[in-house]
Design a protein around this ligand. Structure first.
Ligand code: PLP
Length: 399
């Protein structure tokens, strides 16, 4: 495990100190980005599930330009009506299942998680907060406290004390649901675990989790920061798996490429943040009008162009093209979020070098460095999938 952490750390350091291994980006369009010399790269990371509508999406670019010209930051506390916020909140509320109709916009995924945890404590008057092993929810103190051990422990140990009264249970373990009790304020769960290397819920697991939370009066929080906005083949993963949480956290693709997060709940639950104290969560830039205009344009694009409807088919197409390669042990997938398992990290590191040479940007996962990521912009075409899979296979042949 520590080897993965060391490599992740080195990559982050590398980003701050230029070296020959870095790729300079000159521009990006659709599923590609280009170096100053014009070399194209297939983007199979999408900024970690951010660029669902593709790079340089015209609808988003125009919305940003329009809103920037109209106004940018005005005021945070709700005295002003800012049309992009209101319209985007309305679209989210009408698309999400009932009773998720009240949207609190913020800046990032971690902040959405912070807001959701605070809301759960405030609503239930309880303190225990449960997460899943191998979960990643962000890097602020609260979100880091919910990093599921054992993988998160190395990070957490360096920053203790973190939030008290937190613990992790095993994702997909029906037995572990017994650990959720009448002491529990909330259970925070990614409906598909992203950084664990794409772990999908077993049949009936999320339903059983929902039932247990209801039995003991704990709130169920879904972290759809990585899997929301069409990635799994439904606009929200909760729709794919048929379970509605009490609170959902959104970010990444929510802003259409701009920084935006949100936590969404029912009006009944959310209203507890409005009193004792009056401002239960405060953010200056959260719901920035330019970010909301971008997010609104991106979500309308996904709906109007029927992009999400085609995600499952495109994901299956990737699997069909890659699954029989001898180096591929397994492909774990939900929609267009895929982990292609090679079984050995040394192979994966070599593959990453071949990918870079041949014009592919992929990545491994925070808690899984034996599989590579395929999470392209959702607008990838069939021809692009075929060509990209050919390139991937050429690189796999070299292992
Ligand atoms: N939750 C999940 C599932 C994530 O994948 C991430 C980021 O990778 C976060 C939360 C944190 O989001 P942010 O980096 O915007 O704080």
């Amino acid at each position: 495990m520590s080897e993965i952490l060391r490599k992740q750390f080195l990559r982050h350091v590398a980003q701050t100190s230029p070296g020959p291994q870095l790729i300079e980006v000159a521009r990006a369009e659709g599923v590609f980005f280009y170096t100053p010399e014009g070399k194209p790269y297939y983007d199979l990371v999408s900024g970690v599930s951010v660029n669902n509508v593709g790079h340089g999406n015209r609808a988003v670019v125009e919305a940003v330009q329009r809103q920037t010209a109209d106004y940018m930051h005005i005021m945070v506390y709700g005295e002003m009506v800012e049309r992009p916020q209101v319209e985007f909140a309305r679209l989210l509320a009408t698309t999400l299942p009932e009773p998720l109709d009240t949207v609190y916009f913020l800046n990032s995924g971690a902040e959405a998680v912070e807001g959701a945890l605070k809301l759960a404590k405030r609503y239930t008057h309880r303190t225990e907060m449960i997460s899943m092993r191998r979960a990643y929810h962000g890097s602020t103190h609260g979100a880091m406290s919910m990093m599921g051990e054992p993988e998160g422990e190395e990070w957490k140990n360096a920053f203790r004390p973190l939030l008290p009264d937190t613990k992790a249970i095993n994702f997909n373990s029906f037995d572990d649901l017994e650990q959720i009790t009448s002491r529990t304020a909330c259970v925070l769960c990614e409906p598909v675990q992203g950084e664990a290397g794409v772990r999908v819920p077993q049949d009936g697991y999320l339903q059983a989790l929902r039932k247990r939370c209801d039995e003991v009066g704990a709130l169920l929080i879904f972290d759809e920061i990585q899997v929301g906005m069409g990635r799994t083949g439904e606009m929200f993963a909760m729709q794919k798996y048929g379970v509605t949480p009490d609170i959902v956290c959104l970010a990444k693709a929510l802003g259409g490429g701009m920084p935006l997060g949100a936590f969404v709940s029912s009006q009944n639950i959310m209203s507890t943040l409005t009193h004792d104290p009056v401002l239960g969560h405060i953010t200056t830039f959260g719901g920035h009008p330019v970010c909301c205009a971008a997010g609104l344009a991106a979500m309308k694009f996904l709906q109007e162009e029927k992009v999400v409807e085609d995600v499952e088919r495109k994901g299956a197409m990737f699997v069909e093209l890659l699954k029989d390669h001898p180096a591929v042990k397994e492909i774990r997938r939900s929609g267009l979020l895929m982990a292609v398992e090679l079984g050995e990290s040394s192979k994966l590191y070599r593959l990453m070098d071949f990918f870079i040479e041949d014009g592919i940007l992929s990545d491994w996962f925070l808690y899984c460095d034996t599989a590579f990521r395929i999470s392209p912009p959702l607008i990838i075409t069939d021809d692009e999938i075929r060509n990209c899979a050919e390139l991937i296979k050429k690189c796999l042949d070299r292992l």
